[in-house]
Design a protein around this ligand. Structure first.
Ligand code: SF4
Ligand code: FE
Length: 483
C-alpha cells in the first residue's frame, strides 16, 4: 500500500503511543489536541494532494527501489527534474496550508543519509547503507512521515561536544551493546515531531575524533519507549483554544516544533546508520542542510504567495488598491518571492548524481537560496504590514464582532469599501497577522532565519564553495596582471 489516504494517515497516528507534554500537561490524544491538530492537518495535506490526479506529477514519484508509485516525500531524487519537482511540490504545499507542513525534513534526511551511508560502507566496509535501504523500503511501502532530527541543544557554543559541562548536551551513545546502542540527549526545534511515524536522527555538526561518541545516526519509532516530547509555544497559540472561526488567522493549518528527549533510548543495530564514524559527519550535515536550504526555496515561497495575496486583498478591501505605491509594494513582494523560487529551482537544475545514485543539489546555490530566505520574507512581511495598516494589530476580537452590543459598531466603523463585509476585512488582516506575527510567523519569519541553519552557516558554505581564487585569476587575466 504505497499511498496512504489522508484518513489512514490520521488513523495511523491515533494508534501510536506518543508521550507529549503541552503547556505543563501530558497529552494523551495528540491528534485531536486543539493546539497540535492544525499541524497534523498540514502534514495530512501531503497525503490528500497525493491522491489528487491533478497533482500526481508533483506529489508522487516512481520509487527507485520498487518501481511503485510513492509519495514524493518518501522518494530518493533520481534526476535534476526530480529535484525541481520537489521544490514545486513544496511551493504547492505552502500555498495550500500557509504553514510549515513538516514532512520535508524526513525527505531531506533520507536523501542525505542514503548517499553518506553508501560512501561509508564503501570506505569502511560497514553495512549501514544496507540497513538504511531496508528502512527506506518500509518507509516507502508504508508511506510513513519521518521526522529528520538534527539540531542538538549545544550548551556552551564555545565548547566542543565532549568538553561540555553536561555531556548530554549533544546526543550521544551512552552504551554500545551486543544488540544495539543506548542514546541520551535532546534534539531541539523538532518540526512535526508528534505528527511523524519515525524519527531519523543525524549529528548536528562535523565531529572530530575525540567526539566520536556524538557521531550518531539512527531511526526509531516516534513513540518508542525512551523518547518523549515537550511541545514548543508559538505566538498567539492559545487562540486555538478559544473555539472561534477566524481570530487564529489560519484556523485549519499550522506547524509545530518540539523538544525531543532521548531518555536512554535503546536502538537495535539494524536501525543504526552511524555510530562513531566521525569522518562522515561533515558530509551528512552538509548534505542534509543543503537539501533543506533548497526546500526553503519552495515552502517559504508558497506561504509568501498566500501573504502577498492577503496583502493585495487588504488593499482591495481598504480601497487603496489603485494607489501607485501600493501597487509598487505588491510588485516588490512578488519580485522578492520569485527570486527565492528562482534560487530553489536553480540549485535543483544544477543538481548532480551521488555515488549511491540519488541526486544532490548544487550546494553553493542552495546556500545562496537559504541566505536570501533569511532576508526576503522579512521584507515581504514588512511590506504586507505596511499595506495592511495598523488595524491588523489593534482590532477587537471575533467575539466582539459577534457581540449583541459591540458587533454593530465594529461592523459600521471598521468597514473599508462598502461592498465588502467588515468580517472579510477582519479575516484577511488576521491572516496577515498570523503569518507575520502569530503561529505561522514561526515558519515564515524566525524559521526563515534559523531553520536549516542560521545565516552564518550559509556564509561559511558560500565562502567554501564560492571559488574566490578562480575569480581572482579571471580578474588578473582581464587586467593583464601576470600569474
Ligand atoms: Fe518543509 Fe519548509 Fe517546514 Fe522545512 S520549514 S519542514 S522545508 S515546510
Ligand atoms: Fe524548517
Amino acid at each position: 500500500m504505497p499511498l496512504k489516504t489522508p484518513e489512514q494517515y490520521e488513523e495511523s497516528l491515533r494508534k501510536m503511543n506518543f508521550k507529549v507534554y503541552v503547556m505543563g500537561e501530558e497529552v494523551k490524544n495528540v491528534v485531536d489536541h486543539p493546539i497540535i491538530r492544525p499541524s497534523m492537518n498540514s502534514v495530512k495535506m501531503s497525503y490528500t494532494l497525493a491522491q489528487d490526479p491533478q497533482y500526481a506529477e508533483l506529489m508522487t514519484a516512481k520509487s527507485s527501489l520498487t518501481g511503485n508509485k510513492i509519495n514524493r516525500f518518501c522518494h530518493l531524487h533520481q534526476s535534476p527534474e526530480d529535484l525541481v519537482k520537489k521544490v514545486k511540490m513544496q511551493r504547492l504545499m505552502g500555498q495550500k496550508t500557509a504553514a510549515c507542513f513538516q514532512r520535508c525534513v524526513g525527505m531531506d534526511a533520507i536523501n542525505a543519509v542514503d548517499s553518506t551511508t553508501f560512501e561509508m560502507d564503501k570506505k569502511l566496509g560497514t553495512e549501514y547503507h544496507k540497513r538504511f535501504r531496508n528502512f527506506l523500503l518500509k518507509m516507502q511501502e508504508e508511506d510513513w512521515t519521518v521526522d529528520g532530527a538534527m539540531t542538538d541543544v549545544k550548551g556552551d557554543r564555545g565548547l566542543n561536544p565532549g568538553k561540555q559541562a553536561d555531556p548530554d548536551l549533544f546526543c550521544r551513545i551512552v552504551e554500545k551493546r551486543k544488540d544495539g546502542i543506548v542514546v541520551r540527549g535532546c534534539k531541539a526545534h523538532q518540526t512535526g515531531a508528534v505528527n511523524s511515524h519515525w524519527i531519523l536522527v543525524m549529528p548536528t555538526l562535523t565531529m572530530s575524533k575525540e567526539d566520536a561518541d556524538f557521531a550518531l545516526s539512527f531511526v526509531a519509532p516516534a513513540d518508542a519507549k525512551g523518547i518523549f516530547y515537550i511541545l514548543g509555544r508559538q505566538s498567539c497559540d492559545t487562540r486555538k483554544l478559544e473555539g472561534g472561526q477566524f481570530d487564529m488567522g489560519n484556523k485549519e493549518f499550522g506547524g509545530h516544533e518540539a523538544m525531543m528527549i532521548f531518555d536512554d533510548l535503546f536502538v537495535p543495530w539494524e536501525n543504526v546508520f552511524m555510530a562513531g564514524e566521525f569522518e562522515f559527519t561533515g558530509a551528512l550535515v552538509e548534505r542534509f542542510a543543503g537539501y533543506h536550504r533548497q526546500s526553503y526555496g519552495g515552502c517559504k515561497v508558497g506561504v509568501g504567495d498566500v501573504l502577498i495575496g492577503a496583502a493585495a486583498l487588504a488593499a482591495d478591501y481598504n480601497g487603496a488598491n489603485k494607489a501607485s505605491h501600493v501597487k509598487d509594494k505588491l510588485i516588490e513582494m512578488m519580485h522578492l518571492n520569485e527570486t527565492l523560487y528562482s534560487c530553489g529551482i536553480a540549485c535543483s537544475a544544477e543538481g548532480h548524481k551521488t555515488a549511491s545514485g540519488n541526486y544532490l543539489i548544487d550546494l553553493l546555490l542552495a546556500n545562496v537560496c537559504k541566505q536570501n530566505v533569511t532576508r526576503f520574507p522579512y521584507e515581504i512581511a514588512r511590506l504586507a504590514e505596511d499595506i495592511a495598516g495598523g488595524l491588523m494589530v489593534t482590532m477587537p476580537s471575533e467575539k466582539d464582532l459577534k457581540h449583541p452590543v459591540t458587533g454593530k459598531y465594529i461592523e459600521k466603523y471598521l468597514r473599508g469599501i462598502a461592498a465588502v463585509p467588515t468580517e472579510y476585512r477582519m479575516r484577511v488582516l488576521r491572516l496577515i497577522e498570523n503569518i507575520t506575527l502569530g503561529t505561522a510567523a514561526v515558519g515564515y519569519r524566525t524559521e526563515s532565519m534559523h531553520g536549516a541553519g542560521s545565516p552564518q552557516a550559509q556564509r561559511i558554505m558560500i565562502a567554501r564553495q564560492g571559488n574566490l581564487e578562480q575569480k581572482k585569476a579571471l580578474a588578473k587575466k582581464i587586467a593583464g596582471i601576470p600569474e
